[in-house]
Structures are given as structure tokens and as C-alpha cells.
Write a protein that binds this ligand. Structure first.
Ligand code: BES
Ligand code: MN
Ligand code: MN
Length: 456
């Protein structure tokens, strides 16, 4: 790509200002109070696509928030890259822990701080700017279509229908997504796997009202105590998940592949230091990077019940609740795991309580083979920008729509992400490195070049 570095250098101030403007829109899909802002963010993406020179740009309405579509078809005989991303963001809570307001982007230490900076507005923006450059310099080497959605952070529930209905319009040869992270700028990596997800809410129901914890304590089951014990029993002393059948479908990774994973330039000391923890914890027999990449996990995401106000109220609560997620690996399936969890949870409940299990959204895992042309193009693109060949790494996060892209559109997705695990996505003080942002733009341009060449 002729002149891409210079173009980025010459325009970076403007790119950052434009990114700031989109980051200042609180497009929180989970909170209905922000509905108008979610639409505003969709309009902003639409405007960017139009300005860059995309055709047929429109907001495609769904039952929920719209999908922003745009395309540039230069030649029917050339390959088509379908770019996916999301303009919605997670709620910023807990807001008091932010050092600057989440929707007033600021730059500090060469990083841009705002909700959505890395997940995923900042990364979507790299694509908009890469496209702008290729259009501006007349170097777009293949066709491109964009679908930028507004419901990823709430499970992409309406996107499946959109894919089915718009299958023809979305015809492409591969999918390109920047919504994941790299090991570091020194050790660039390509994400070759995403976890599936089973998310459930449990309720443990005890006596028909809150009781005096002295009058009844020790004699009537306390749902909070019971819930804690039940959750505690979901893993054994080796941190193996105890749900019967949980591991049945897990595709064991070969010794060969594990030997490769062991060579990943992952710095455990740095990892612990960044989290301010003295030690890591996880399933016995696996390294940290294996625990997050190739092994299924189970976590409580939230737990509540009883008195949590100021001071001490002596009460034996009538109910206890928890939100529990399981991250899945090939070939586990969300539906089957949910069922196993529900049966197990009901079975281990003592007679002194009732339990209720309610499913939330989920999704299936995804793996990308590394012997396909789109992986090769991504690898070459990174090598060209970073001067180093990237290593494949499987992520612990989930993008449920990716497995559906394969089922419905029969396309593989290339996960060319430029975030870092330390970007604090979904946490207070989310940020995205300016260098990551700029190098990302450059790499995306190279990707198109290598991919178009490989498909000639
Ligand atoms: N971009 C993330 C997923 C991600 C982050 C993958 C880092 C790999 C590395 C995405 O926006 C996300 O947060 N997904 C959710 C699932 C969704 C159903 C809410 C997740 O992983 O919890
Ligand atoms: Mn994301
Ligand atoms: Mn996210």
C-alpha cells in the first residue's frame, strides 16, 4: 500500500478528533435510557462510511438497534471482504472508579480513555480510516462490505435474523473483525479462537419472608449460605468443574499444539503485576494461556441477597441470587451445557430450599485454521507493519455471531484485533493505545493487499 504510513502520519490528529467525537456518544445497548444515543452512534458510523466513499450506506432496521451497512464494489470478479464490528458499548459502571468521565474521551500517556475506546469503537474506527485511505489513494484492491451492529454487548439477538434475510447482499469471501486483542506490540498475535458462552441466573429460595437471624438462624436454611456452598461445590480441589458430563465434548488439544502454545511469548510476571495479584489460579495441569484459550471455565459474575445497606441488619434472607457464566470450547454446545448445568444445580440443592435456573444469552465457540489464505494474509500484514511474524493465540472472550457467520454465510472470520488485555474493556478506565490504533489502520490496509493478491 503506497503511502499509507505518510497518510496516517499526516492525518492522525484528525483521526483522533473524529474518534473522540464518536466515543463521546454513550451508546449503551443494555440500558434503554440511552436508546437515542445508540441511534446517534449508528448515524455517526453511517456518516463516516459515506464520507470515506462507501456506496449504498444505510441503517438497516432490525427488531432492536440497526445494523449500519455500506459497500464498495470495484469489480465483481474480485474477492469481497465483509467487515464486522459493533458501535454499542458496555455500561460504564462503576462510574466512581473512572479517573475521567467515560464519555468525555481524554488522551493520557499516549492512550485514549473512554468507554468503547478498545471495545469496539476504536477498532471499528481503524477500519473506517483504512477504508478512507484506500478510497482516497485509489488503492482499494478488492470489494468490501461493512456491517457494524449495535447489539453485540447484549448478545446480538437480532443479527442472526438479519444474516438470514440478507444472505445475498452479504455474499463475500471472508470476514474481517477487529474486536479482540494482541499479546503486545512487541509480540503481535492473531486470535484464532473465541470461546462459546452459556449464561444463567440462579435463584435459591428459602423461607417465605426474611427472618430474624437469631430467632430462626441455625434452624432454617439460609439461601445465601446454601448458594455459596452450592457454588463452591461446582469446582473440585483441582479446579475441575464438577458438573456431570461437562467435559464430555471438549476437544482435547494435541500435545503438539500444546507444545506450540507453551512457546507463546506470554509474560506471567507482567500479567500478575498488572492485576496486582500474587498468584494466578485455575485448572490444575494447564498454563494460564491454556486456561484462558483452550479450557472451558465457570465464573460467578454477580451474587446478591440479604441486607447490603449501611450498618448491620440481623436478617436471614428469604432468597439469594447469582449470575453464572461458563465459557465453552470446541465442541461443547451452549444448549447442552445449559441443560447439564440446570440439571446439576437442581440435583445438588438441599431439600431445605427451592432453586430456579433462568437462561440468558449464549453462543457457540469458534476456531480458525491457520492454513487458510485469510490467515496468511493477516499474518503477512502484521509482519509488514510490526516487523515480526505474529503468533496464533486463542482468546478467552466470546463474539457469538462469529460461529453463526460460519453456519449461515459459510465464511471464516479473521480476528485481526489490536487491543491489549490490559485495555480494561468492560472495566472502569477503558483505554486504547494510540499506537495500537495507528498501527491497526496500517495493518488493515496491508491485509486487503495481501488478501486480494492471494485470491487472484
Ligand atoms: N470484544 C469482546 C470479546 C472479546 C474481547 C474477545 C477480548 C476476545 C478478546 C466482545 O465485545 C464481548 O465483550 N463479548 C462478550 C459476549 C457478549 C455475548 C456479551 C463477552 O465475551 O463477554
Ligand atoms: Mn467487542
Ligand atoms: Mn465487549
Amino acid at each position: 500500500m503506497e503511502g499509507v504510513k505518510t497518510f496516517i502520519e499526516d492525518h492522525k490528529e484528525r483521526f483522533i478528533e473524529e474518534l473522540k467525537s464518536i466515543l463521546s456518544i454513550p451508546s449503551i445497548s443494555a440500558d434503554s435510557a440511552y436508546k437515542a444515543d445508540v441511534y446517534k452512534a449508528a448515524e455517526a458510523v453511517k456518516h463516516q462510511l459515506e464520507m470515506a466513499g462507501a456506496d449504498k450506506v444505510e441503517l438497516c432496521e432490525t427488531e432492536g438497534f440497526p445494523v449500519v451497512y455500506g459497500e464498495k464494489i470495484i469489480d465483481e470478479n474480485k474477492p469481497t471482504v465483509l467487515v464486522y464490528g459493533h458501535y454499542d458499548v458496555q455500561p460504564p459502571d462503576p462510574i466512581e472508579l473512572w479517573h475521567s468521565p467515560p464519555f468525555e474521551p481524554v488522551i493520557k500517556d499516549n492512550k485514549i480513555y473512554a468507554r468503547g475506546a478498545a471495545d469496539d469503537k476504536g477498532q471499528v474506527f481503524m477500519h473506517l480510516k483504512a477504508f478512507e485511505f484506500m478510497m482516497h489513494s485509489n488503492q482499494l484492491p478488492c470489494n468490501v462490505k461493512f456491517i457494524i451492529e449495535g447489539e453485540e454487548e447484549v448478545g446480538s439477538e437480532n443479527l442472526e435474523g438479519f444474516l438470514r434475510e440478507e444472505k445475498e447482499r452479504l455474499k463475500a469471501d471472508t470476514i474481517l473483525i477487529s474486536d479482540t486483542s494482541m499479546l503486545s506490540l512487541e509480540h503481535p498475535s492473531i486470535t484464532t479462537g473465541l470461546k462459546g458462552l452459556s449464561y444463567l441466573e440462579v435463584e435459591v429460595i428459602g423461607p417465605n419472608r426474611d427472618l430474624h437471624s437469631g430467632v430462626y438462624g441455625g434452624a432454617v436454611a439460609n439461601p445465601v449460605n446454601v448458594l455459596c456452598k452450592m457454588i463452591g461445590s461446582l469446582k473440585d480441589e483441582n479446579n475441575h468443574i464438577t458438573i456431570e458430563g461437562f467435559y464430555d465434548d471438549v476437544l482435547e488439544v494435541s500435545d503438539e499444539e500444546r507444545a506450540l502454545i507453551a512457546k507463546t511469548p506470554f509474560d506471567l510476571e507482567h500479567y500478575k503485576e498488572k492485576l496486582d495479584i500474587s498468584d494466578v489460579e485455575g485448572e490444575a495441569g494447564y498454563s494460564t494461556i491454556e486456561r484462558t484459550g483452550i479450557r472451558p471455565t465457570l465464573d460467578v459474575n454477580g451474587i446478591w441477597g440479604g441486607y447490603i445497606g449501611e450498618g448491620a441488619k440481623t436478617v436471614l434472607p428469604s432468597k439469594a441470587h447469582a449470575k453464572i457464566s461458563m465459557r465453552l470450547v470446541p465442541n461443547q454446545s451452549d444448549e447442552k451445557i445449559r441443560k447439564l448445568f440446570q440439571d446439576h444445580f437442581e440435583r445438588i440443592a438441599p431439600n431445605s430450599v427451592k432453586v430456579k435456573v433462568t437462561p440468558h444469552h449464549g453462543g457457540e465457540p469458534y476456531v480458525m485454521p491457520i492454513d487458510i489464505p485469510e490467515y496468511a494474509a493477516a499474518s503477512k500484514a502484521i509482519e509488514k507493519t510490526f516487523g515480526k511474524k505474529p503468533v496464533p493465540v486463542r482468546a478467552g472472550g466470546s463474539i457469538p455471531i462469529v460461529a453463526l457467520f460460519e453456519d449461515i454465510l459459510d465464511l471464516k472470520s479473521v480476528l485481526l484485533g489490536f487491543g491489549l488485555d490490559t485495555d480494561a474493556i468492560h472495566s472502569p478506565n477503558e483505554h486504547f493505545g494510540i499506537d495500537n490504533f495507528l498501527l491497526g489502520i496500517e495493518t488493515i490496509c496491508h491485509f486487503y493487499d495481501f488478501y486480494a493478491k492471494s485470491e487472484e
